[in-house]
Design a protein around this ligand. Structure first.
Ligand code: NAP
Length: 487
């Protein structure tokens, strides 16, 4: 039975209640973690608050070395961490090995950025003054993480938060807490209380973290609906928020695009991690002259994909996280079909796989814009496609959404490319290479897809507060202080 990681010690939760962790590929229980209570959150917050007092003053060089050591330990532990991730997420083992490597890279990246972080000296308005702009850590950061990339998305928060001098309390998703707890091994060399991990339900642990008086920042990745709830709770104390939320990313295929290349790119962008990526391609608009050819090509490529166990190296499509999620996706597919869409690949549970939350990768064509599958997040291996009569229409449809996370385009035409990145309201734009990642570039959403940015320089800035110092080293009365005469 797992425990909570508080103040560099494994500790029991206040309650005996536990949460089962289910392997999505087998539906077998693979672990149990404590369902922590607000009292446990309070213990973790106090430990983090006490640790912050010392951690913020650790020299930048020493802090950088400590964070590089986290990365070294993660790389040493890659196999065990990847196997644990595969059991709890159902994602391909080999891909999880790479995600552990990328997560370690994030620590190395922010170790150096933290070491080089600086404020500035600005021109003072008086000759006897020094004017400084300082960047300071906030305090304790509550990090709430979803299940789709439990380790990678966690490191996007904690690496910059720690590099900036904050301490953290982590709440992993209830479906995927095991690799996060295993990661505690990589934090043992840090001062006690700098990193704490509390498992439990969002409705109790999440709420307690957001409303705790010691929480200085809430860094949350998850659905827009939970993000909205957190924003409401945080408003009470004006707690700083960093929200990475849902998306409904559009992809446009222009008439000049190479059709097979575009179809392969869409198959990647829509089906990687079984479509459970916040920036998955969730709707595709294809210019009419190439529409039929594109649909045929995408259907053919999709029908060839192999669905199966994440431990089988020949598998290409792994299971969804749960049965409830699969049912919701099947309902969206059925509804779209009832509104006139045609299923040209997949669209059902794979009959050969009796256990596991599998769903065949699915292509829907002629999908009306009003269908829910074109409007609300699907978060599954589904590519709904619609024709457009012009590039203008494609841009208008791409922007007709409450979300603004990512957007992609296939074209050789620089005029279309420029219009696309200027006019589409989204935090990340991909032209001819959907979903490519770059640690050095900021990631985040516009509109209801979020507030703030992760990764890049912006990712560190989120965890630093700005302070302006006016220091007059000659204490002299100024003529404007008391221009009323002494008598
Ligand atoms: P979710 O249901 O919003 O849960 C995310 C996290 O919030 C989990 O740890 C969850 O805990 C916790 N939580 C639930 N209720 C809470 C509450 N009232 N207060 C505080 N925390 C609470 O999202 P999900 O289903 O795990 O993840 C999928 C969503 O995340 C999708 O919408 C996806 O687009 C989005 N996402 C966004 C990004 C991005 O960078 N923009 C990246 C990845 C995913 P429990 O697990 O215990 O419920």
């Amino acid at each position: 039975m797992h425990k909570l990681w508080i103040d560099n010690q494994w500790t029991d939760a206040a309650s005996d209640e536990t949460i089962a962790v289910i392997d999505p590929a087998t539906e077998a229980e693979v672990g149990r973690v404590p369902a922590a209570t607000p009292a446990d959150v309070d213990r973790a917050m106090r430990a983090a608050q006490a640790a912050f007092a010392g951690w913020r003053h650790v020299s930048a060089a020493e802090r950088a070395e400590l964070l590089h050591e986290v990365a070294r330990r993660m790389r040493q532990d890659v196999e065990a961490l990847a196997v644990t991730l595969t059991h709890e997420t159902g994602r391909l083992l080999d891909r999880n090995r790479r995600y552990v490597g990328w997560s370690a890279d994030v620590f190395d990246y922010y170790a150096e950025m933290g070491r080089n972080s600086r404020g500035r000296v600005i021109p003072s308005v008086e000759p006897s003054q020094l004017a400084l702009v300082l960047k300071e850590p906030y305090g304790v950061v509550a990090c709430i993480v979803p299940w789709n990339y439990p380790m990678l998305l966690l490191t996007w928060k904690i690496a910059p938060a720690l590099a900036a001098g904050n301490s953290v309390v982590i709440k992993p998703a209830s479906q995927t807490p095991l690799a996060t707890l295993a990661l505690a091994r990589c934090f043992e060399h840090l001062p006690p209380g700098v990193v704490n991990i509390v498992t439990g339900r969002g409705s109790t642990v999440g709420d307690a973290l957001v409303t705790h008086p010691a929480t200085s920042v809430v860094a949350f990745t998850g659905s827009t609906e939970v993000g909205q709830r957190i924003a409401g709770l945080a408003a009470e104390r004006m707690t700083k928020l960093h929200l990475e939320l849902g998306g409904k990313d559009p992809c446009i295929v222009a008439a000049d695009a190479d059709i097979r290349t575009a179809a392969m790119g869409v198959a990647w962008g829509a089906f990687v991690n079984a479509g459970q990526v916040c920036t998955s391609i969730e709707r595709v608009y294809v210019e009419r002259p190439v529409y039929r050819d594109f649909c045929d090509c995408l259907a053919e490529l999709t029908a060839r994909l192999r669905v199966g166990s994440p431990f089988d190296p020949d598998t290409q499509i792994t299971p969804l996280i749960g049965g409830r999620e699969r049912d919701a996706i099947l309902a969206q597919i059925e509804q779209a079909a009832a509104q006139g869409a045609r299923i040209v690949a997949g669209g059902r549970r794979p009959p050969q796989l009796e256990r596991g939350y599998f769903l065949e990768p699915t292509v829907l064509v002629d999908v009306p814009h009003a269908a829910l599958i074109m409007r609300e997040e699907t978060f599954g291996p589904v590519a709904p496609v619609a024709p457009v009569e012009s590039f203008d229409e494609a841009l208008a449809l791409a922007n007709d959404s409450r979300y603004g996370l990512g957007a992609s385009l296939f074209t050789h035409d620089p005029t279309k490319a420029k219009r696309f990145y200027e006019e589409v309201k989204a935090g990340t734009i991909w032209i001819n290479d959907p979903l490519i990642d770059n640690i050095a570039g900021p990631f985040g959403g516009m509109k209801q897809s979020g507030i703030g940015r992760e990764l890049g320089e912006e990712g560190l800035e989120e965890f630093l507060e700005t302070k302006h110092i006016h220091w007059d080293f000659e204490m002299q009365p100024k003529p404007w202080w008391y221009p009323y005469g002494e008598t």
